[in-house]
Ligand binder design. Structure first.
Ligand SMILES: NC(=O)c1ccc[n+]([C@@H]2O[C@H](COP(=O)([O-])OP(=O)(O)OC[C@H]3O[C@@H](n4cnc5c(N)ncnc54)[C@H](O)[C@@H]3O)[C@@H](O)[C@H]2O)c1
Ligand SMILES: [Zn+2]
Length: 432
């Protein structure tokens, strides 16, 4: 792989890693969860979901089917849409009080899956949530004991959380989004059944789909693994930079999105489009879960964490929020305009995978931003950070929030300064 000119490792890394859970994919896959769990010897299982997904009846159906295998299953529908430290604590308290549990099954989007990861960690390991949250917000402690089996069953087509090692949350008192990241958090089995995703409202399909797209684009353009200093074995982290295996998943995810994204948003009952979106989410998860993401995700954290009064269509109306995928998308066109010169050919190739046959503008740096903006307009994503309530005077605060995400910025294909991020926000106030 070519190392971008901006990085000069003295002793370049020559090793990359790849991790993924066991996976079952396809229509009807969710009907086999009772059998899959019976193989683990589980007798008492907690099914974790949120109220919106519970209203589809799917979590209850998954729970009932376990009865045939002599498994007692309970449904907890208290996951918060976009978990907070407080919502996770309530979920952990519930699981501790009603436990012990032999295994967990998460049925829902990233919010329910991440809630189940936190429950699993804190019912099997000593200490409290803050001990495990990434530094500098938390203690960054590693789990010492093995976790219980966790089956993740996504009902959105987005996060890829069913195959990743992270749990994302808002820490309310600090107004920051952060997470817990450790290989042991990865679900033991991902069960991806596209039929569970058909009821996703259009607004959720659009925002979650932008998450897939940015996972693929950011991991494809991430700093290559060879541009890091060589690590010792005990220093290896799940995110190792772009590499040939992650690239393959990201490229394929982009082609699937090209075929299915607009249709899935505008014709939610199109089973073929839903199936392709589910595959795309899985593929992008396998890519970014190993390569990492960078500037759009680093910006997404303060954009979501400092929300004022924005209420997106098709999400719970009780609290203001900028959904994860939407918050990632809003600065993506500008972020890729900024990173273009680190790897022009990758940016061009990604744009053409997403929009085969797109007209190539005179300035090649404009191709990916223009393809992204055309898509965002078609699926009704708001026009920049201005459209979700931010003004120029908020930029210093947003920049400050982004600069705290050093773990993500370290994966950017070139070094990023505060001024660079301020410029990206400034030009993202309105995108079209
Ligand atoms: N752990 C990871 O690897 C990872 C990666 C990216 C994002 N995330 C996190 O995941 C969360 C976002 O998850 P998400 O985008 O999957 O959405 P979500 O879980 O927040 O759900 C969004 C909304 O859609 C509803 N919903 C979900 N599936 C539905 C269905 N099939 N039918 C009807 N309604 C449905 C939910 O009730 C909710 O109101 C954020 O907290 C984000 O930070 C985690
Ligand atoms: Zn994401």
């Amino acid at each position: 792989m070519t190392t971008p000119a901006s990085y000069h490792p003295a002793d370049p890394e020559s090793v990359f890693t790849y991790g993924a859970p066991q996976l079952k994919f396809g229509h009807g896959a969710a009907d086999e969860i009772g059998y899959d769990l019976s193989l683990t010897g589980a007798r008492r299982v907690l099914v974790v979901t949120d109220p919106g997904v519970a209203a589809t009846g799917n979590p209850q159906r998954v729970a009932e089917q376990m009865g045939q295998f002599g498994i007692e299953a309970h449904v907890f529908d208290g996951s918060h849409v976009e978990p907070t430290d407080e919502s996770l604590q309530r979920a952990i308290d519930h699981a501790r009080e009603s436990g012990p549990w032999d295994a967990y099954v998460a049925v829902g989007g990233g919010s329910s899956i991440d809630t189940a990861k936190a429950i699993n960690l804190l019912t099997t390991n000593p200490g409290e949530l803050m001990d495990y949250i990434n530094v500098p917000v938390g203690g960054g402690k590693d789990p010492v004991d093995p976790l219980k089996p966790l089956i993740a069953v996504p009902t959105t087509t987005g996060t890829g959380s069913e195959s990743t090692t992270i749990c994302v949350m808002d820490v309310l008192s600090l107004k920051v989004k952060t997470g817990i990241s450790h290989a042991r958090l990865r679900p033991t089995l991902a069960v991806i059944d596209p039929s569970l995703t058909l009821t996703q409202p259009a607004g959720v399909t659009a925002a979650a789909g932008m998450d897939i797209l940015c996972h693929a684009l950011e991991s494809y353009t991430a700093r290559p693994y060879t541009s890091y200093e060589r690590k010792r074995p005990e220093q290896r982290v799940p995110y190792c930079g772009s590499n040939p295996i992650a690239d393959m998943w990201s490229e394929k995810a982009l082609s699937l999105l090209a075929e299915s994204f607009r249709t899935a948003v505008h014709h939610g009952d199109d089973e073929d489009a839903r199936g392709m979106m589910a595959l795309a989410a899985t593929f992008a998860g396998m890519g970014f879960g190993n390569a990492g993401v960078h500037i759009p995700h680093a910006n997404a954290y303060p954009i979501a964490g400092r929300v004022k009064d924005f209420h997106p269509k098709d999400y719970p109306a009780d609290e203001p929020m900028v959904p994860h995928g939407m918050s990632v998308a809003l600065t993506a066109p500008e972020a890729f305009r900024f990173t273009f010169d680190a790897s022009p050919e990758r940016h061009r190739r990604a744009a053409l995978l997403l929009a085969p046959g797109a007209q190539e503008p005179d300035d090649p740096a404009e191709l990916l931003p223009s393809v992204l903006i055309a898509l965002m307009r078609d699926i009704d994503i708001p026009d920049g950070v201005g459209a979700v309530g931010y003004t120029e005077s908020d930029i210093p605060d947003l920049v400050d929030g982004t600069m705290k995400q050093q773990r993500l910025l370290a994966t950017a294909p070139k070094p990023v300064t505060e001024d660079d991020i301020a410029g990206i926000y400034q030009r993202s106030l309105s995108l079209w």
